[in-house]
Design a protein around this ligand. Structure first.
Ligand code: PRX
Length: 655
């Protein structure tokens, strides 16, 4: 099940980088303190999290029982406590940190704006009051489809403040994906913008929202529209409300709604092995605790930091490390709206310089893309304020790691390669920068209070340090997903049933080396990781098959220098197989079609037409064979069990 390329680098990579003494001297966690945390968690797992829950979060009603496992694996944390996530992120900083900058913002066109904690609090209260004026109540769902601007964070915080459940749909998703998510969540209100700036273009968010709503979404009563790009958009005066018209008029105060710790804070849809994305449901108390403590441990977050996580709020990374984790810690975050290469390849480094960024957290795909553009770009800028670098979302290849280390980190800065998932809510495996030596390509070891193991096919825990198999989590943790919205059966089946509810099955395969370091090898299910974005092969296949000319499709991932993986589709047409210019034309049409059905991020890089798919006599598509073909490998696999062995040459583009 392991990806050979990743496994190779695991087996040959022996370099070890110890934390620099200057960093250790000032670090929140040095080796001794980290050891003490691990020891406390090992002594009493639940007590460890209970102590942190009491210490770190601000409770309206303190909890009594920390973990309720009576309905396992639907675990509940801090169940009888009451709190509010927005009060934890904003109100409690108003005294000592009221005038501290909470958000530094830079738009792609270059516009800048800062918000102090006091200002952010007032804006969030106004948005919360606006939502209330639309009739939004505790437990109602609000879908957010916005660019990467401070108002997106305000919208999230405003929902949290009144106990509404937000569900963000990444702005790169199409109207059709937006519609599916709105309908699955049964959302009452949609918050969007006229558009956003991305790569020199305008992302037509309002247009896509209008399309989605015209196709269904009957539960939507109001659409709150932020004016961002100021270009002309359609406006339905009965349904749509401009942000500046309604929010500005509201009172800048709004009492937080105290909710149970288990009250859902948000839903976030993510891809799995089936065609339909699943709404991952997170809690208020446990989620916030995970986001908060991981910020302290992994990012060594301090009061004078400027923390820049480049992830969009449409992804879990943007939830935990743009919005909730850093703000709960009273930190200053930087938000940037646009692409890394606009107006030129130095943009990220210029932003880091201009805003005196100290912590920079991004995805390997961005690191690889920036690496390809050459060392001269980062060298033009003063990056001396940087003190910590992070990576997330996919395995980072040692070559990109070393570039990050030498060119950006000047061989001085720690790199935290953080493994986690939408489902885990917060970082699970990562170096602690002042305590754990790093190896390029390894996310090193689990955080305190996170019980990770490797199991074999039969679900047996492999006790040797040096082991390979399925990555599982053996004990519940506070920020774990609670269920899949509206489909608890699917929750149980996807994450728990494989090993009889004993472990949370992450869906990744891993190798653990003789030092106990983890190396993530990739997904074991039919999930692709394209530029750090999770896409289900089935989703893309269904999108292709929904085109009138397509009879059947099979999608696999192909290794890609920058994106990590790219989408490779094998397509069987209704009627004749197209050739030459006709094939090119149809491939273009299909790419656009997938863009419309899911979003541009899912468009196949390669489309190959064939008369048949390689199937076993029992009708199963041989995906392993398709993956080899997509990579352009010589086919050495046994194809004698194929229904039609001659098809292999055609699929390989040779016939
Ligand atoms: O395969 C793992 C990969 O991304 C998957 C989770 O994707 P998503 O839910 O979109 O969350 C991404 C951001 C947390 C995982 O199952 N992944 C994530 N981080 C890493 C990683 N693979 C290797 N190394 C990582 N640091």
């Amino acid at each position: 099940m392991a990806d050979n390329k990743n496994l190779q680098s695991v087996l040959t990579e022996k370099r070890l980088f110890a934390p620099q003494p200057e960093f250790v001297a000032r670090a929140r966690l040095d080796p001794e303190r980290l050891q003490a945390l691990h020891a406390a968690a090992a002594r009493d797992h639940v007590g460890f999290w209970a102590d942190l829950g009491r210490k770190e979060l601000s409770w309206h009603t303190p909890f009594g029982k920390a973990l309720d496992d009576s309905k396992a694996p639907n675990y509940q944390w801090f169940g009888d406590g009451k709190l509010n996530a927005s009060a934890n992120c904003l109100d409690r900083h108003l005294g000592a940190k009221g005038d501290k900058i909470a958000i530094r913002f830079e738009g792609e066109p270059g516009d800048r704006k800062n918000y102090t904690y006091k200002e952010l609090h007032a804006e969030v209260c106004r948005v919360a009051n606006a939502l209330k004026s639309f009739g939004v109540k505790k437990g109602d769902r609000v879908v957010i489809y916005m660019p990467m601007v401070p108002e997106a964070v305000m919208a999230m915080q405003a929902c949290a403040r009144i106990g509404a459940i937000h569900s963000i749909v990444f702005g790169g998703f199409s109207s059709s994906s937006l519609k599916d998510r709105i309908e699955d969540a049964g959302a009452k209100v949609l918050i969007t913008a006229d558009g956003g700036h991305r790569a020199g273009h305008i992302v037509e968010l309002k247009k896509a929202a209008d399309e989605a709503l015209s196709q269904g979404c009957k539960t939507i009563e109001k659409v709150l529209v932020l004016k961002r790009t100021r270009h002309e958009v359609a406006f339905d005066v009965k349904r749509d409300v401009w942000w500046h018209d309604v929010v500005g008029q509201q009172k800048p105060s709004c009492d937080p709604e105290w909710v149970d710790a288990e009250h859902p804070l948000f839903l976030l849809y993510t891809s799995g092995s089936t065609g339909k994305p699943k709404g991952i449901q997170h809690s208020t108390g446990g989620y916030l605790l995970g986001a908060m403590t991981s910020c302290q441990w992994v990012f060594d977050l301090r009061d004078d930091d400027v923390f820049w996580c480049t992830a969009d709020v449409g992804w879990i990374t943007g939830h935990s490390y743009v919005c909730y984790g850093p703000l709960a810690n009273g930190a200053t975050i930087l938000m940037y709206e646009g692409a890394p290469t606009v107006p030129d390849a130095g943009r990220f480094w210029k932003i880091a310089q201009d805003h005196a960024v100290t912590i920079f957290y991004t995805a390997p795909t961005a690191i690889r893309a920036l690496m390809k553009l050459g060392d001269d770009w980062p060298k033009k800028y003063d990056l001396s304020k940087l003190r910590l670098l992070g990576s997330v979302g996919e395995p980072i290849n040692p070559e990109a790691w070393m570039w990050y280390h030498t060119v950006i980190g000047k061989e001085r800065l720690p790199i935290v390669d953080t493994w986690w998932q939408t489902e885990t809510g917060s970082i699970m495996i990562s170096p602690i920068p002042g305590a754990v030596p790093t190896k390029p390509g390894s996310c090193t070891k689990p955080l305190p209070g996170i019980a990770v193991e490797v199991v074999d096919e039969a679900g047996e825990i492999l006790r040797d340090k040096d082991a390979g198999g399925y990555l599982v989590v053996t004990k519940p943790w506070p920020s774990m997903l609670r269920t899949i919205w509206g489909d608890n059966e699917r929750y149980l089946k996807t994450y728990w049933s494989q090993f009889h509810n004993k472990y949370y099955v992450a869906g990744d395969s891993t190798h653990r080396d003789e030092d106990g370091y983890y190396w993530i090898l990739g997904r074991i299910d039919d999930v692709l990781n394209v530029s750090g974005h999770r896409l289900g092969t089935m989703e893309i296949e269904s999108a292709l098959v929904s085109h009138p000319k397509v009879a059947e499709a099979a999608v696999v991932g192909r290794p890609h220098e920058v994106k990590g993986e790219s989408v490779f589709a094998f397509v069987i047409c209704r009627g004749e197989r197209p050739h030459g210019a006709e094939a090119e034309k149809l491939a273009k049409e299909l790419r656009e079609h997938v863009g419309r059905e899911i979003g541009a991020l899912a468009k196949p890089d390669d489309i190959r037409f064939a008369d048949n798919l390689p199937k076993t006599r029992s009708g199963k598509i041989m995906r392993r064979l398709l993956r080899s073909i997509a990579k352009g490998e010589e086919i050495t696999q046994d194809v004698s069990t194929l229904e039609n062995p001659a098809i292999v040459a055609q699929l390989a583009g040779k016939a």
